[in-house]
Design a protein around this ligand. Structure first.
Ligand code: FES
Length: 497
């Protein structure tokens, strides 16, 4: 009679095989951007990681169960013979295929853990080993599995084979197409002429503007997006869209003067009137709302603007709450409206109404919800120090002080078209490329807006921007060259992202 360990080994081996095949297929769908043409959100990548880690865990269980099986032990199968290809007394060739597959699997897993330390090209090359792994595992299962030939086993083998063939075909067909076209449908710095159709005093020092493009609908956007406003005096400023993404004929933004108003916001407050015409950029989004079962939204002052549109986008049935902090309720736009619309979910904490500070950092650290925060740098820094980065999503108005005080080093930048540039220590990559006539985008030039994003083909970027999480940028292989530099002497970039 088969031992229980033999059954565990068979079950875990088969499930690991299926999960590996699904993980390869999912990885191909991500890399070819079949699932999302513009960008792969975190949850899609999390599915890929979960499939791969589950396959790894079940592979480990498969090996342990084989080592514990009394029949194999009696045949002389032990750890040394399992770890050394062709040394197994039982089915040496078939076991060797499995052993080599495990080594390759560990190499892929370790390269994924070290993704930030490896050049993207190296990481990608190692990832291609997954095709070899699935092939080795398939032959291993066909030759060593005691169930080979049984109808259910043939069905599972066929399913794994079909999944792998679909992955390979997708890579071949779609991958080639996406490599030859721009991944994003158009560079988002296309300008749109709009008129100011409404102007409202939302709170003390905060005006709301409704912008319309006469005779046309405006580009779609998702909550968390912002637009660049190009003012007639030559200034460019970014403002979050705070209306309802479902409304296609107008955008709403809120402009705060704050304690130290910038020239752009001051100009809007003092000069921009209903009927005036200005240009804006297409919406960009560095602060997307990802799927989760519960959310804690934290807004500080004018940081409520992207959060306000997120509240309208949270799917029904999700658990969420908002903590909205500010100096005075009179200067907090949407405070009363949000309390009225979402009773029981919204906490407005104005400092002039309460003693002491609201314990938002402790609350955010204690809950298990995804935390979305927008507000002053000090608030974001405190949250970043207490909330695990995996569940903290932030948008900053002002750049973080990354790299400040450190001497920049010159570097070489190569573009995918073969052109090479020397970037001196005192100039940004974006500046050098622009002056050389390379077609680029760039708005804030402070590493905040994300408009200058470029793809990193090789080399390790030194991220000095505040656009998104460093791990996220490394995983997407992007750099914001208006401020960021390199950890390696050379970077190979593709400006046409
Ligand atoms: S220009 Fe804004 S992030 Fe680079």
């Amino acid at each position: 009679m088969n031992s229980v360990w033999w059954s565990v080994a068979r079950a875990s081996g088969i499930v690991a095989w299926i999960l590996m095949s699904l993980s390869v297929l999912w990885g191909v769908l991500l890399s070819t951007r079949v699932l999302r043409p513009a960008d792969n959100p975190v949850w899609l990548r999390a599915v890929h990681r979960s499939l791969a880690s589950s396959a790894l865990i079940l592979t480990a269980l498969h090996i342990v169960a084989l080592l514990l099986d009394p029949y194999l032990a009696a045949a002389g199968f032990d750890f040394a013979s399992a770890a050394t290809p062709f040394a197994s007394p039982y089915e040496p060739f078939a076991v060797a295929l499995g052993t080599i597959a495990v080594y390759l699997l560990l190499t892929v897993a370790l390269s994924s853990l070290a993704i930030r330390a490896l050049p993207h090209r190296v990481w990608k090359g190692i990832h291609y080993l997954t095709y070899a792994i699935v092939a080795l595992v398939s032959f291993h299962a066909a030759l060593a599995g005691s169930d080979a030939g049984k109808p259910w086993y043939v069905m599972i083998s066929t399913a794994a084979l079909v999944i792998t063939v679909i992955a390979a075909l997708t890579r071949r067909l779609v991958g080639t197409v996406s490599a030859s076209r721009t991944v994003r449908p158009s560079r988002p710095d296309e300008r749109i002429r709009v008129v100011v159709a409404g102007r409202t005093q939302l709170a003390d020092g905060v005006v709301g503007l409704r912008l319309m493009a006469p005779g046309r609908t405006l580009p779609t956007w998702a909550s968390g997006a912002h637009v660049t406003v190009y003012l007639p005096n030559g200034l460019e400023r970014q403002y979050s869209l705070c209306g309802d993404p479902a409304i296609r004929d107008s955008y709403e933004i809120a402009v705060a003067l704050g304690e130290n108003p910038g020239p752009g916001s001051r100009w809007i407050h003092e000069r921009l009137a209903i009927g005036d015409s200005i240009e804006i950029g297409r919406p960009r989004n560095n602060f997307r709302l990802h799927a989760a079962s519960s959310y804690l939204f934290v807004a500080g002052g004018i940081g409520i603007t992207p959060i306000a549109s997120m509240l309208a986008s949270v799917p029904a049935g999700r658990d969420w709450s908002l903590v909205y902090l500010g100096r005075s309720r009179r200067a907090m736009p949407f405070a009363d409206e949000l309390e009225r619309r979402y009773p029981g979910r919204v906490t407005v904490y104005a400092r002039d109404e309460h003693e002491g500070r609201y314990p938002i950092v402790a609350q955010a650290a204690a809950v298990s919800a995804e935390v979305y925060a927008c507000g002053p740098g000090s608030l974001i820094d405190e949250l970043a120090g207490a909330v695990p980065s995996a569940r903290l999503h932030v948008e900053r108005f002002v750049p973080i002080a990354a790299g400040r005080g450190k001497a920049a080093r010159p570097l070489e930048v190569s573009l995918v078209d073969g052109r090479n540039f020397r970037v001196p220590a005192n100039r940004s990559i974006l500046d050098v490329l622009e002056k050389a006539g390379v077609q680029t985008s760039g708005s804030c030039r402070r590493g905040v807006c994300g408009s200058c994003e470029m793809r990193v083909i090789d080399g390790r970027p030194l991220h000095l921007d505040s656009v998104r999480d460093d791990a996220d940028k490394d995983e997407s292989a992007v750099i914001y060259p208006c401020v960021s530099r390199a950890l390696t002497p050379t970077l190979v970039l593709d400006p046409d992202i």
